[in-house]
Design a protein around this ligand. Structure first.
Ligand code: GLN
Length: 489
């Protein structure tokens, strides 16, 4: 087995026993990257960092272990662009709280990964740099928006990585690339230093190759942060204690709007192969002692509409700050076609700096917030959001967790949906409601399509009950071997 194939916790053990050095790990990753990066293109930037950038404090638990970071999380004095031209040249003068925590724990920041511009998308094709490709099939997308982080972990260019999830951007790419991806409970992880897409939905979370790494990484990045007023002032449990437990008697709900428990009855839009893989995963969980029952989340059909009203409204407001004055690109100034006045400079900067999906969302968001439409769209969407959250709360009165497919299909081909934004929006149909309700959810590998593409199982739990996610997922993982498969690239 090559060094890049090991998980974070396995490498930590080897380091502790002095079987390997940090240098050897970095060399192995660099070598692996040289082999596969020209094909996969997961990174937008690699910092040549043979040693940890900031020396870890005494007792730091992760001596120099490298980690890849999505390009919308601020790292002091390094470019952060959200894969957008408008942030060209911007270098944050501070670390995001999660980066500070990683550095304190001894991690070394390895490189910054590709994404859809400002996290708008499900395929990584909306990047201003280049599309990332799926390591399992280079003609397919890795999912998005955190496609670079997912692909890097899947093909061994990174041991683990951070992404962000507003409507599925960690879980959907994790599912497409055959890795573990977690969206923590809203408020569990500080958003300070995460360049905002939709502030009431965004969460940072880990990509890993197994559940143990996921629980370890969440422990490092989670916790209350006075710099983020929405971060929860709650203790962070020792998630490792949730691992290795059985799931006898655990009550699992399967919402009929997401998946049909009756045999050979795939819901519309869900492929037969995804249907079968999820059905088999449910059988496996039953064998392990879980009690599975069908439930209803009656407002599911409104989730995509509600999300695209609220997320675009928040995005249009968050993106108003990019106007050529404080951050990144300033178009027109000082050039032959130099702007004559401030308004012209704003306009030229935003026209040149934003890609077409960003412009589409800014227009949609501005519209739903505008006078006369605010009540009809934005306010109404907020009310339906409360109904969706209430659906989940009702189910959690009687159940410990909910299981669904992560995505209705495995990875699709590059270019397949890029001309059709609505089709692209539907690829997050199973992940979006969870952000609207603020709940924690993860995706774990649970099978493959006949074309060799990974399929993901989504597990959802009550707010701040990530322990339940880890318990169920770890037990499933211990009895299956999907997470051990690696793409042949
Ligand atoms: N694909 C969804 C969107 O385009 C979700 C993106 C995300 O979670 N950042 O909005």
């Amino acid at each position: 087995m090559k060094l890049w194939e090991f998980t974070g916790h396995e490498l930590l053990e080897k380091l502790a026993h002095q079987e390997i050095t940090q240098e050897e790990i970095l060399c192995a990753l660099d070598k692996r990257r040289e082999e596969v990066e020209p094909k996969v293109k997961a990174f937008v930037r690699i910092e040549k960092a043979p040693a940890p950038l900031d020396s870890p404090g005494p007792g730091a638990g992760f001596p120099g272990l490298p980690i890849a970071i999505k390009d919308n999380i601020c790292i002091k004095n390094r470019p952060a662009t959200c894969a957008s031209r408008i942030l060209e040249g911007f270098k944050p003068p501070y670390d995001a709280t999660v980066i500070q925590k990683l550095k304190n724990a001894g991690f070394s920041i390895y490189g910054q990964t590709n994404m859809d511009e400002f996290a708008f998308g499900s395929s990584c094709e909306n990047s201003c740099y280049f599309p990332t490709r799926n390591p399992w099939n280079l003609e397919c997308v890795p999912g998005g928006s955190s496609g670079g982080s997912a692909a890097a972990v899947a093909c061994g260019e990174a041991i683990w990585a951070l992404g962000s999830d507003t409507g599925g951007s960690i879980r959907q790419p994790a599912s497409f690339c055959g890795v573990v991806g977690l969206k923590p409970t809203y408020g569990r992880v500080s958003r300070y230093g995460l360049i905002a897409f939709a502030s009431s939905l965004d969460q940072i979370g880990p990509f890993t190759r197994d559940i143990e790494d996921c629980s370890v990484l969440l422990k490092v990045i989670a916790g209350h942060d006075p710099k983020d007023s929405t971060s929860a002032n709650l203790p962070v449990p020792d998630f490792l204690l949730s691992l290795g437990k059985d799931i006898k008697g655990i009550k699992i709900a399967v919402p009929k709007e997401y998946f049909s428990l009756s045999e050979n009855m795939a819901l519309e839009g869900i492929t037969q192969e995804v249907n079968q893989a999820i059905g088999e995963a449910i059988e496996q969980l039953k064998k392990l002692g879980a009690k599975v029952q069908e439930v209803s989340l009656p407002h599911t059909e409104y989730a995509v509409s509600v999300y695209y009203i609220l997320a675009t409204a928040e995005a249009s407001s968050n993106l108003a700050r990019f106007d050529g004055v404080q951050y990144g690109l300033r178009a027109g100034a000082g050039s032959a076609e130099g702007a004559d006045n401030l308004i012209q400079m704003y306009k030229r900067t935003r026209q040149a700096g934003f890609g077409s999906e960003a412009k589409r969302r800014i227009m949609l968001g501005t519209y739903v917030l505008s006078h006369g439409y605010y009540e009809a769209y934005y306010l109404r969407a907020l009310k339906v959001r409360a109904l969706i959250a209430n659906d989940f709360a009702n189910v959690f009165k009687d159940f410990d967790c909910i299981i669904t497919p992560t995505s209705p299909t495995p990875a699709f081909k590059l270019g397949e949906k890029i001309q059709n934004p609505l089709a692209m929006y539907l690829s997050d149909i199973y992940t979006i409601s969870i952000n609207l309700a603020g709940l924690p959810a993860l995706s774990i590998p649970c099978g493959f399509s006949s074309g060799g593409l990974p399929i993901g199982l989504q597990i959802i739990a009550r707010s701040f009950d990530e322990e339940m996610l880890f318990r169920v997922a770890h037990c499933y993982e211990a009895h299956t071997s999907w997470h051990k498969m690696r793409p042949k690239i």
